[in-house]
Structure formats: structure tokens, C-alpha cells
Design a protein around this ligand. Structure first.
Ligand code: TYD
Ligand code: MG
Length: 452
């Protein structure tokens, strides 16, 4: 029997037998999406019916997990890959998703387990060229160049691998739907079928999804609720570092984050990220501040750079930020003018987080202000000093989370002084402080006095 499909309006839920540009019910444009007509017949009904269970009688047992040779990858997943889980890995084209998953496949295959790596994008020869760079040699790593979902699943059922990789979800299509690959309908159907396969056979499955910078992940975004784990692979294409973090994890925390460096032989875990991001920092140069940030759950030192230079032509002075929130930076500049008595009129200001890193948290505020004033005065911030603290609109320096972790990270990288919110310093038991000099600032003016 041929499966029937139906077009459902994503706005009002009305159903139509044919695709239309505009929903005949609610009048919204472009909302009809093709879906398989769910018939709750034989297959669904044959599942054993569940019974309600008393809460206190539910026993917790650790889910079996596979450990992968890449320790950082295990960590992001919350301690390894859970059997039967579906992991979606999103990232921009060219960021290294195929590379990462081929490395993961290589590691599982090295444990003498079979892995099925399906590519709908590249030929077997192309994958092999990448594999050679990554040192794939032995092991039961099977490659399949295929875009038809039903054929892929048939092969997976036959091979019964220890893990399945599908690269990418946008290139695979189910022959049950008439829509083309990459459409929401197809992407969802592919994920749905693979999800059922993973649960039924307990094979952990990885889906690669392309997303674009604007976040227009039409396809993958609509899968987030269906899968168990969503990982995001980010980085700037012209920088070598890549950040892998969890957006959702049904089997662990989402706070872990791993940093990799793209090298000639694949992705290498960066074991000391702070040292990595500070390694080319100029010493004794005006306009550079080291901030103690928290990225994911881990402390990370980063360098904020500012350049203040007179606007050449009369006109609007430029304000540019890279790796920081633009509006927040504009607010900080206004605040420094008002509260500390500096004037940026007629000055272009560029602020950048070095190494292609981005810092979203307000704890970077103090570092931004110091870097800008340092460049304006053409006076370097003492090179052994690291800072953190949020700045409020009255110029007060406000406490932020995890102060001790930030101070310890600065200490472990050899910094001698940390400038931090006075409120944070008061919270910390002096016995816990590592042996370095801590300066607590109440407000911006006081912080500037300490530094300059
Ligand atoms: P790729 O994994 O193909 O990206 P995606 O699947 O996310 O589209 O890798 C992208 C880039 O990585 C490519 O430009 C080449 C580079 N690369 C290396 O620098 N070193 C390597 O060892 C490999 C395999 C790739
Ligand atoms: Mg790829």
C-alpha cells in the first residue's frame, strides 16, 4: 500500500490534500508542510501497551554509554554516547562536522565495533581522502554513499552497527514523500525514521545538519524537539579554533563545552583553552585587557582589545565590536563618558575579542571599559592583571557568578593581580583564595584608579 501524504498548515493545523502557497483556512502564506498521513494501524497498535507506574517504584539505572577516544566529545555528551540516542550536530558548512564525525567513527571502529557512515554529500573516494588525513586505517568502518532513507535504513538493519552517522540530514529523502530533500517535511521525516530505528535497535545515531549564520536552520531547527541531544559546532572559518557545545541533552548537563583546533590531521582537543587564547597577546601594549570569562561551565581567559583613534573626516565616529554585544559596548562607552569624565567625541572606537572568540556575558564589561580607556590614554594595563565584573548604569561594579573559578583560572596562568567586583571579593572566604593580589572595585572610577 502506498503511504498517503497530507499537507498541514503549520500555523492553524488545517489539512489539505495538495500543496498551496496560501492556507485556505487561516490565510497565512507558505505554511503548508507535507507530512505522512499517520495511520494508527497494525504497527502502532502492536506495541505493548504501557501501564502507569508508581513514582517511588521507578528505579534509576545508569544508561549504558559508549566512550569515544576523544575525551572532550564524551564530556560534551555528558559522559559518552548513550545507546539508542539520537544526536543532532549543527554547524555552518565547512566548519568541520564531517571531520569530527569521521574521527568519532574511527574511534568507535578502533574498539573493534562496526560503524556505518552514510554520506549523501560526498563520494566514497572523497571521504577516504579525508579519512587518510585523519589516520583512519583499520577497523570495521563502513561507508555508504546513499541519499534514499529507506535504503539507508535497510542497510543499517542488515549491518547492525554500533553507531550510525548520517551526513547530512538535508541531503537524505524518504520516497514516501513527494517533497524534495532539504524541505522541512523531508528533514523531519528522515529524523523521525532514524529516531525510531535508533530506539528500536539501540544504535546511537548522529545526524549532521547544516545551519547558516543567520540562524536560518529551517530544517535542523525544526528537529531540535525530536532528537535527544543537540550539539552546536561553532567557530570562525578563518580562525582555527572550534567550539562544540550542547544546546539540549536528555542525558546530561548542557553546560559542558569543548574547544578544538583544526589542524592538518583533523580536530585536536585544546587542553588549555585560556593559554590558547592568550598565546599571542602583546605585553605592555595599550588597549589590551585580559578578562576572566565563563564559557559553558568552564572559566576561560580571553583578551579584549580596543583601539581608539581620532575620526579622520568630520562625520559620525565609528563604533565597531567583534565578539561582543554591540549595544552593550555602546552603553559602556556612554557610561565611561558620563561617570569617569572621558570624552570619545571625535574618536573612532574598535573593540575586538582576540582569536575569534565571542563573549556574551556582562562579566566582560569591566575588561571592555579598561581596554578602551587604556587605548585612549595610550597607557598599558599592567601585564600581570586580569579583570572581571559587570557594570551597572550608575557606574557601579556588580558581582557576577563563579568568582572563585575565575580567580583560580587567572592564578593558574600566572597572573599576579585580579581586579574584581568588591561584592564578589567580600563573598569569598580568604582561606580559599589562591596566592595572588585581589583588588575589589565598587565602581568604575575606583577600578580606573587601581589600574592607571
Ligand atoms: P568538513 O569536515 O568537510 O566541514 P563540514 O562537514 O562541516 O562542512 O571540513 C571543513 C574544513 O576543514 C575543510 O575546509 C578542510 C579543513 N580540514 C583541515 O583543516 N584539516 C583536516 O584534517 C581536515 C579533514 C579538514
Ligand atoms: Mg560535511
Amino acid at each position: 500500500m502506498k503511504d498517503k501524504t497530507v499537507f498541514i498548515c503549520q500555523s492553524c493545523g488545517s489539512r489539505f490534500p495538495k500543496w498551496m502557497g496560501r492556507c485556505g483556512q487561516c490565510g497565512e502564506w507558505n505554511t503548508l508542510v507535507e507530512e505522512l498521513e499517520e495511520e494508527f494501524t497494525a504497527s502502532e497498535a502492536s506495541f505493548p501497551a504501557s501501564e502507569p507506574v508508581l513514582y517511588k517504584e521507578i528505579k534509576e539505572f545508569p544508561k549504558p554509554r559508549i566512550q569515544i577516544g576523544i575525551e572532550e566529545f564524551n564530556k560534551v555528551l555528558g559522559g559518552g554516547v548513550v545507546l539508542g540516542s539520537v544526536v543532532l550536530i549543527g554547524g555552518e558548512p565547512g566548519i568541520g562536522k564531517s571531520t569530527l564525525l569521521l574521527q568519532v567513527s574511527r574511534d568507535i571502529a578502533l574498539q573493534d565495533e562496526s560503524v556505518l557512515y552514510v554520506s549523501g554529500e560526498e563520494s566514497l573516494e572523497q571521504i577516504k581522502i579525508r579519512g587518510d588525513r585523519l589516520g583512519v586505517r583499520d577497523g570495521k568502518l563502513y561507508l555508504l554513499a546513499e541519499t534514499n532513507l529507506e535504503r539507508i535504513l535497510a542497510q543499517a538493519e542488515r549491518l547492525k552497527p554500533k553507531a550510525l552517522v548520517v551526513d547530512s540530514v538535508q541531503t537524505i529523502f524518504s520516497s514516501k514523500l513527494t517533497s524534495s530533500p532539504g524541505t522541512i517535511s523531508q528533514v523531519r521525516e528522515v529524523a523521525n525514521q532514524i529516531f525510531r530505528f535508533a530506539k528500536r535497535s539501540q544504535v546511537p545515531s548522529f545526524l549532521i545538519g547544516h545551519i547558516t549564520k543567520e540562524g536560518s536552520l529551517a530544517g535542523p531547527k525544526s528537529l531540535e524537539h525530536m532528537v535527544d541531544v543537540v550539539l552546536l559546532f561553532e567557530g570562525e572559518r578563518d580562525h582555527t579554533h572550534r567550539i562544540l557545545r550542547a544546546l539540549k541533552n536528555r542525558f546530561g548537563p548542557v553546560s559542558e563545552l569543548a574547544i578544538f583546533e583544526m589542524a592538518g590531521n583533523g580536530l585536536q582537543a585544546v587542553s588549555n583553552p585560556s593559554a590558547f587564547f592568550l598565546k599571542e597577546r602583546p605585553k605592555d601594549e595599550p588597549g589590551s585587557a585580559v578578562i576572566c570569562a565563563i564559557k559553558g561551565a568552564r572559566p576561560l581567559l580571553a583578551e579584549v582589545q580596543a583601539l581608539v583613534s581620532s575620526t579622520l573626516f568630520t562625520g559620525n565616529p565609528r563604533r565597531m565590536t567583534i565578539g561582543l554585544d554591540h549595544y552593550r559596548a555602546a552603553m559602556l562607552l556612554a557610561l565611561v563618558e558620563k561617570k569617569a569624565g572621558y570624552s570619545f567625541a571625535g574618536e573612532d572606537i574598535y573593540i575586538n575579542v582576540a582569536g575569534g572568540m565571542s563573549i556574551e556575558e556582562p562579566a566582560a564589561d569591566l575588561g571592555v571599559v579598561l581596554a578602551v580607556v587604556s587605548s585612549l590614554k595610550n597607557k598599558a594595563i599592567p601585564k600581570g592583571m586580569a579583570v572581571f565584573g559587570e557594570i551597572g548604569l550608575s557606574g557601579e561594579v556588580r558581582s557576577v557568578g563563579q568568582p572563585l573559578a575565575r580567580i583560580k583560572e587567572a592564578h593558574s596562568l600566572g597572573f599576579e593581580t585580579v581586579l574584581l567586583p568588591a561584592g564578589n571579593l567580600a563573598q569569598i572566604d580568604p582561606k580559599d583564595l589562591p596566592s595572588l593580589n585581589c583588588l575589589g572595585a565598587q565602581n568604575v572610577r575606583q577600578a580606573l584608579q587601581y589600574v592607571f
